[in-house]
Design a binder for this molecule. Structure first.
Ligand code: 13P
Ligand code: SF4
Length: 323
């Protein structure tokens, strides 16, 4: 993207003086990227300066996992949270994988340990374990197949067993349960951002706009998803908006997603307030510059964890992208 295109993308979000302040840093990062042969992956929840300014490959968790396995840079810098960078390391163990802030965690990933999964496997022998990618590499190592919000129903229904251990998001599980005859064994994990939304928010906003389209993330509780017109992963939300004729959109997800869509679809109105993920917001241009400059903070994983985790993530990619 050239400088003028970038300014057009940033203008709906930042005042002119802030864009002027950001441009030299964005230029410095893009120069460092070339020198270090680094590829920057950027999740849809990154702030617009990080998302549009410096991320080479942008998307939802599923797409970024696939691209982490395919990218040809010597360094992968993951603009997202820790579990995403670990997934990139699992898929590209020969590469140096960095994250700009090691504290960029996730309430879902923190809700479950490897031992919790081992205990559940003992309790439900023979039941395959599906884990949402929002979990640690250690948890992935105990997993049969991973999933994301884009493919969770497809992954569960691809299994032959009737009872499936589905971890760690209880709300995603309840939304998947409506689309499968299999019995899901769940765990009480929640996304600290999406659990804050209620169906009441939707009802009151609908009263204000005739043509309102409500789009939610499946990490919301099932009342919210049921009250929405569409629920899907962050990239599925983007595709839905692209096809929709409605002007007024209520987006039930993290704030930066709305900002990035506002830049992409300036003709649409994104109504209502949003919730911020404090983990995603730890990633800033300044920290990205330092991460490239000092090649920090490197994701290091045991060989055993990589080998076991790789099976679960690769299996997910195979099922999702099979022709
Ligand atoms: P997706 O991009 O897969 O929808 O993930 C949402 C999320 O919460 C990532 O932290
Ligand atoms: Fe985790 Fe929710 Fe933040 Fe995504 S938005 S990183 S699921 S806490």
């Amino acid at each position: 993207m050239n400088k003028d295109e970038l300014i057009t993308k940033l203008k709906p979000i930042y005042p002119d003086f802030e864009i002027e302040q950001k441009l030299p840093l964005i230029e410095e990062i893009n120069k460092l990227k070339k020198e270090k042969k680094a590829v920057l992956l950027g999740h849809n929840y990154m702030t617009p300066d990080v998302f549009w300014g410096v991320s080479d490959i942008k998307g939802d968790s599923l797409y970024l996992s696939k691209m982490a396995a395919e990218t040809d840079g010597e360094i992968i810098l993951f603009n997202g949270v820790h579990f995403m960078a670990e997934t990139a390391k699992i898929l590209s163990p020969e590469k140096k994988v960095l994250i700009a802030d090691l504290k960029a965690g996730c309430s879902l990933a923190e809700s479950i340990t490897r031992q919790d999964v081992i205990d559940l496997k003992k309790k439900y022998p023979g039941a395959p374990v599906v884990t949402y990618v929002n979990c640690s590499a250690e948890v992935k190592a105990e997993t049969d197949i991973c999933c994301t919000s884009a493919n969770a129903v497809q992954i569960v229904n691809s299994l032959k067993e009737d009872v499936v251990i589905f971890l760690p998001d209880e709300y995603l599980a309840s939304n998947v349960q409506k689309h499968t005859t299999k019995k899901l064994i769940t765990h009480p994990g929640r996304c600290m951002v999406h659990e804050l939304y209620t169906a009441e928010d939707i009802k009151s906003t609908r009263k204000l706009f005739d043509d309102l389209v409500v789009i939610s993330h499946p990490e919301c509780n099932s009342d919210v998803v049921d009250a929405s017109d569409f629920a899907g992963s962050t990239s599925e939300m983007q595709s839905f908006i692209q096809k929709s004729n409605s002007k007024n959109i209520m987006l039930i997800t993290e704030c930066s997603m709305g900002d990035n869509l506002r830049s992409e679809f300036p003709e649409k109105e994104f109504v209502s307030s949003c919730q911020t993920c404090p983990h995603m917001k730890r990633i800033s241009l300044e920290k990205i510059r330092d991460a490239l400059l000092y090649e920090q903070y490197e994701i290091l994983l045991d060989k055993e964890i990589i080998e076991k985790g790789k099976n679960a993530v690769r299996r997910m990619i195979e099922v999702s992208y099979k022709k």
